[in-house]
Design a binder for this molecule. Structure first.
Ligand code: LMR
Length: 393
């Protein structure tokens, strides 16, 4: 029967990882997949993560199952990290998931379960895997305008106009901070305007927050999510710990459904049910690392300090790259690179220029010209800047 299988579309981000590995040039630069790298190109285990793992190893005396929704201590810690005190804890149903992608997948399934006709509004562009999962689930996608490649910023008027066409029963997928793939984000007044549209249309917001702490800081990066969650009757949040805790392979994420306190029991049971259908109990090791860190003042302070170093290192690279390009191009047209936040920036150029960067200079970025800023270091920034000018971007 399996001869009926058809080749599935390749994942553009993961394909690039392979192509980079196979490139023999030792001058090559990897700006592909969203993984943080330090100045020496390593992705170290964070200090607090190591310490938490040691504590877990020393104190854990069983590997028996946790709950279907994961360890409640993890849900509490993550609800506090993402939502602060924006909404009562009693209004949040939460389930641990395998990574942020697991949370996204469960969220879409939940939407489909609640309303099989729901349309999911996604930014143009959005993380390609959002589209891939939605298509796999057979759900209807509507694009809303988002990135303006002339300015490198957000086409806000277009976005609002498109969001106004959403209806009750639809879902609007928003990136809580550090938009992936563009790096262009809404300011606080723009978020207020989006909230007004959500309130007037009755569409349910779903916030994907995978880079909290990588943009303007842990609290600032959660501000929009908190504002949305406290302003509408229902809200979905898919959060990831892959990047801000650097625990990519531990697959640590969480899905939160914020609704009325009266609905919390049913919502919690539904999230647990969905986990059971897909993989039963969610992975625990990463979740336990996170809750160990977030519930210990010393570990939390150390984690926050290291995360802040990571964030500042990326900001410094942005400034350096924008400065270098200004010098070489004699114009400010790359200034948006310093304004963008998070791990990524979209250069806003054509696939053939992206290919020229790869062929001629061994610089790997996603075909839509998304660069992982954390793939750079002080020495490679001038090389990238010269290559960008050389291929005529
Ligand atoms: C990315 O966008 O590069 C990351 O979110 C990693 C992934 O799974 O695609």
């Amino acid at each position: 029967m399996f001869e009926t299988l058809k080749a599935q579309p390749a994942d553009k981000i993961l394909d690039l990882v392979q192509a980079y590995r196979e490139d023999p040039r030792d001058t090559k630069i990897d700006l592909g997949v969203g993984v943080y790298k330090d100045a020496s190109g390593n992705t170290p285990v964070m200090r607090a993560v190591k310490a938490a793992e040691q504590r877990i190893w020393e104190s854990q005396d069983t590997k028996v199952y946790t709950g279907l929704a994961g360890d409640p201590a993890y849900a509490d810690a993550m609800a506090a990290l993402v939502l602060g005190d924006a909404v009562p804890r009693g209004s949040v149903a939460a389930a641990a998931t395998p990574g942020g992608t697991g949370a996204v997948r469960q969220a879409f399934e939940l939407v489909r379960m609640a309303n099989p006709k729901a349309r999911v509004f996604v930014s143009d562009p959005t993380w390609p895997n959002h589209l891939s999962i939605l298509s796999y689930l057979g759900m209807e996608v509507v694009n809303y305008r988002y990135f303006d490649s002339d300015t490198g910023g957000v086409n806000f008027d277009g976005m609002i106009e498109d969001l106004k066409t959403a209806k009750k029963g639809d879902v609007v997928l928003l990136h809580g901070c550090c938009h992936n793939p563009t790096g262009a984000n809404l300011n606080s007044a723009e978020w207020d305007a989006v909230i007004e549209v959500l309130q007037s249309t009755g569409a349910v917001p779903m916030i994907d927050i995978a880079y909290q702490g990588f943009g303007d800081g842990l609290e600032a990066d959660a501000a929009a999510t908190r504002k949305v969650a406290s302003s509408v009757p229902e809200c979905l949040i898919a959060a990831s710990c892959s990047k801000n805790f650097g625990i990519y392979r531990e697959r640590t994420g969480i899905l939160m459904l914020v609704a009325s306190e009266a609905a919390q029991g049913l919502n919690q049971a539904t999230l647990a049910f969905l986990n059971r259908q897909n993989y039963s109990f969610p992975p625990d090791h990463g979740a336990r690392i996170v809750s160990t860190i977030l519930t210990d003042d010393e570990l939390k302070a150390d984690w926050m300090a290291e995360l802040e170093d990571v964030r500042n290192a990326m900001l410094a690279l942005r400034e350096q790259l924008a400065g270098e390009l200004q010098r070489l191009s004699g114009s400010d047209r790359f200034g948006f690179l310093a304004q963008h936040r998070g791990m990524f920036s979209r250069l806003g150029t054509t696939p053939d220029k992206v290919e020229a960067l790869r062929e001629k200079h061994g610089i790997y970025m996603v075909g839509d010209s998304r660069m992982n800023i954390a793939g750079l270091n002080q020495n490679s920034v001038p090389i990238l800047a010269r290559a960008i000018i050389d291929v005529g971007i």
